[in-house]
Ligand binder design. Structure first.
Ligand code: ZN
Length: 80
């Protein structure tokens, strides 16, 4: 039987404002424990990883948004 591996290096809450309707969407992303995954907000902003995240507005589904803020959440250490 396989146990699901859910190793999370960092968790970020992003606030994004839609270009079309200006609705603000909160988006939580989890950075997996992989070599190129960011573990701080700075690394997240600098990495191409952020560009690979798909976004669509929760109101109008426009995929274009302005990043308003990013906040790093406390991550709960995985049980050993
Ligand atoms: Zn929208």
């Amino acid at each position: 039987m396989f146990a699901e591996v859910s190793t999370v290096r960092a968790r970020f809450t992003m606030r994004l404002r839609c270009h079309n309707c200006h609705h603000t969407t909160l988006r939580t992303i989890e950075s997996p424990d992989l070599e190129d995954a960011p573990c701080t907000v700075e690394e997240l902003l600098e990495s191409a990883w952020l560009q690979r995240q798909n976004f669509s507005c929760s109101q109008c589904e426009t995929p274009v948004a302005t990043l308003v803020s990013v906040k790093q959440e406390e991550t709960v250490p995985a049980a050993a």
